[in-house]
Write a protein that binds this ligand. Sequence first.
Ligand code: S3P
Length: 171
Amino acid sequence: MAPVCVLVGVMGAGKTSTGLLVASGLGVDFRDTDSDIEARAGKPIPEIFVDDGEEHFRTLERDAVATALASFDGVLALGGGAILAEENRAALAGHRVIYLSVELTDAVKRVGLGTGRPLLAINPRATLKHLLDQRRPLYTEVASQTVVTDGRTPEQVAEEILAGLANDRVG
Ligand code: S3P
């Protein structure tokens, strides 16, 4: 069993909103490793960071990624930092991985005040710039397809993804 596709990208790329639309267009389930982690820990991500630290969060994230890749056949979104772990990047090999790319201006607009995102609690713009610069090559490394999301709605992005998936099935 494998996900139909796996969405990756930085916070603000629109992985959840787009993923829900793609899943609904395909009539399959949507799953998000962030929600799996929260369910397992029994608390929201900001509390995991505060109580247990980022390292513990990343351990839970590696487990969540491995479990979802092996047992879920819908549309899967990974948390923005999942690709930092070599183990996760290796696990993505052979999957249809779609990188939702976004540049700083749109990412900042979309994350707003960053509520619920502990990494953006202080100076969200500078942090996002740093994360984008650091992670862009890693997203590109794992991606089988890149979809640019700047200036586009989740509906437009989902439409492009659905068209690509339909094309693949025909061809
Ligand atoms: C993180 C992104 C978040 C969440 C956590 C850490 C990151 O997910 O996993 O706050 O390191 O970029 P989203 O990208 O879904 O917001």
